[in-house]
Ligand binder design. Structure first.
Ligand SMILES: NC(=O)C1=CN([C@@H]2O[C@H](COP(=O)(O)OP(=O)(O)OC[C@H]3O[C@@H](n4cnc5c(N)ncnc54)[C@H](OP(=O)(O)O)[C@@H]3O)[C@@H](O)[C@H]2O)C=CC1
Ligand SMILES: O=C(O)[C@H](O)CS(=O)(=O)O
Length: 484
């Protein structure tokens, strides 16, 4: 990692309420997925630390929620300004621990900061209602109030933005947050806490806990003080946490797995569709929940699309995220490599053809060649499971009805994409797709202004947009009588 302009942002510590706990060279090692080198260590915290963080959050939240939305928004705005002022350092920390190319990491910092900026403003629009009464002497008022102490558990693939997409609305609403970031990428979370402290976020309002996910998660999900759990990660873990929260009836925000269809019709702008596929499939080296997991191309343009996509990919470079001109970094770990290899082996064993890549990259380690498969069918694992890697499986289809049936044939329902220049088809297909989000002639839908989230096994709730704030608030109905 290049030297940081502000080395204090890379802190080998965790934040328990108002107390920084140092790893002091032991605890959990964090490695660079490009090189395998140890970047540093974070503390291995336990149950009592999690309980302490929850208690600190409860005390701080009472005072924080008593401040005006404008005041809270000004603190968040300062946090946004500090994130952008330190964009290069935050990006370097992110590339070191997650692997994505530096330019992409800088983009994530700006994307992550945009949620803080957006909710610094949205917090002042948590409007309630005054409803015409049901009796002459009654008045009906509806208030919006913060839900209270929130627990957040986040993944490694977007170590900055998946935190701020939760912290922004939580703090704007007047909540407190106890965060357990992914163990592979804790330093991005800790750097955010360092800047939050400098921005004036009150002590105790934001804790960052590092250590055993199972152990810390058990405390966070069992505590009756924690009134909401917001989780981003796999559907398997999300379902487990859902069950763990049941005894205390918590509000849940679940951003889970995906299996996005990417549909290219005969009448599409093929160059635009190829660019869209590069973004939708290969952003973060295919390690996003909204990645195009299945690429359906209508028969009339199938061969041309495949050739164009292969031509574009052949010119892009794989390597260490800090190296010049690199578009694809490493996968996060050996398990991710094994899953990619397994999906390709399964597909080729069932008749698919590799027209590009298909093997570990010559760089070794966690690097994989960008890969295109043709002749892919619904019988293959890539059609049913999330690959979470740089593999583009191309399915051929004949009719709109056929591809809609195939696209909806999954338990997931997060993102979906279609490319066509037929306006009637845009609405017919978009309305028929069983997903929370539809990209029309674009491969990138994620932005703070829009509601991000899915249906079915892809989760509950929405993050971002004006809807994202309501997920951190409760409605309170006042029935005021005796008005003569
Ligand atoms: N819908 C969305 O927006 C997103 C969905 N995902 C999905 O997540 C998967 C990849 O991300 P990945 O991080 O591996 O997902 P995981 O679900 O394995 O991990 C996500 C987070 O959950 C924690 N965790 C794991 N097990 C437990 C547990 N028993 N109790 C409490 N916390 C736990 C992890 O901690 P630790 O790191 O310590 O294991 C990590 O912080 C893919 O399926 C992807 O689609 C990922 C990102 C976004
Ligand atoms: O974790 C993810 O995959 C993110 O939600 C993807 S995005 O928000 O950057 O699209």
């Amino acid at each position: 990692m290049p030297p940081l302009k502000d080395p204090s942002l890379l802190r080998q510590s965790a934040l328990v309420g108002a107390r920084w706990v140092d790893a002091a060279g032991k605890g959990i090692a964090v490695t660079n997925p490009s090189t395998g080198a140890i970047i540093g260590h974070v503390p291995d915290l336990g149950e009592t630390d999690a309980e302490e963080a929850i208690a600190a959050a409860q005390a701080a939240q009472r005072l924080w929620s008593a401040r005006t939305a404008k005041d809270r928004g000004q603190v968040l705005r300062r946090w946004f300004d500090l994130m952008m002022a330190h964009q290069d350092d935050l990006a370097a920390i992110l590339t070191a621990e997650q692997g994505k190319p530096l330019a992409e990491a800088r983009g994530e910092i700006a994307y992550g900061a945009s949620f803080i900026e957006w909710f610094a403003e949205e917090g002042r629009r948590a409007y309630g209602d005054i409803v015409p009464g049901h009796a002459p002497d009654k008045r009906i008022l509806v208030l919006k109030q913060p839900i209270g102490v929130v627990a957040a558990i986040t993944p490694w693939n977007f170590p900055n933005a998946m935190i701020t997409r939760k912290a922004g609305p939580a703090f704007a609403a007047g909540c407190a947050m106890v965060l357990k970031p992914a163990s592979q990428t804790p330093f991005s979370a800790i750097a955010l806490a360092v800047l939050a402290e400098r921005a004036g976020l009150p002590a105790g309002l934001f804790s960052v806990l590092t250590g055993s996910a199972r152990r810390l998660g058990a405390v966070l999900t069992a505590s009756p003080i924690v009134r909401k759990l917001t989780f981003t990660g796999s559907t398997e873990v999300g379902a487990q946490l859902y069950a763990q929260c049941a005894p205390t009836i918590k509000k849940l925000g679940l951003e889970l797995g995906g299996n996005a269809p990417f549909i290219v019709f005969d009448d599409a702008d093929l160059d635009a569709a190829v660019e869209g596929a590069i973004v939708a499939k290969f952003r973060n080296n295919g390690q996003t929940c909204v990645c195009a997991n299945r690429i359906y191309v209508q028969a009339g343009v199938y061969d041309t699309f495949a050739a164009k996509l292969a031509g574009r990919l052949a010119g892009l470079k794989t390597g260490n995220g800090f190296a010049e001109g690199v578009t694809f970094g490493p996968l996060i770990d050996a398990n991710a490599m094994a899953k990619v290899a397994e999906h390709i082996a399964d597909a080729t064993a069932k008749g698919a053809r590799v027209i590009l890549g298909g093997r570990p990259h010559a760089l070794g380690g966690c690097f994989w060649q960008p890969t295109i498969l043709t002749g892919v069918t619904a019988a293959m694992a890539v059609a049913r499971e999330e690959t979470f890697g740089p593999v583009a499986p191309l399915f051929r289809f004949e009719t709109e009805e056929e591809v809609l049936t195939a696209a909806n044939d999954t338990e997931f329902g997060l993102a979906s994409y279609l490319f066509t220049r037929d306006l009637a088809r845009v609405f017919r297909v978009s309305e028929a797709l069983e997903y929370g989000m539809v990209g029309v002639n674009t491969g990138l839908v994620s932005t703070a202004e829009a509601p991000f989230g899915g249906v079915k096994a892809s989760g509950l709730g929405r993050e971002g947009s004006r809807h994202g704030l309501d997920d951190f608030m409760e409605l309170k109905y006042l029935c005021v009588g005796g008005i003569g």
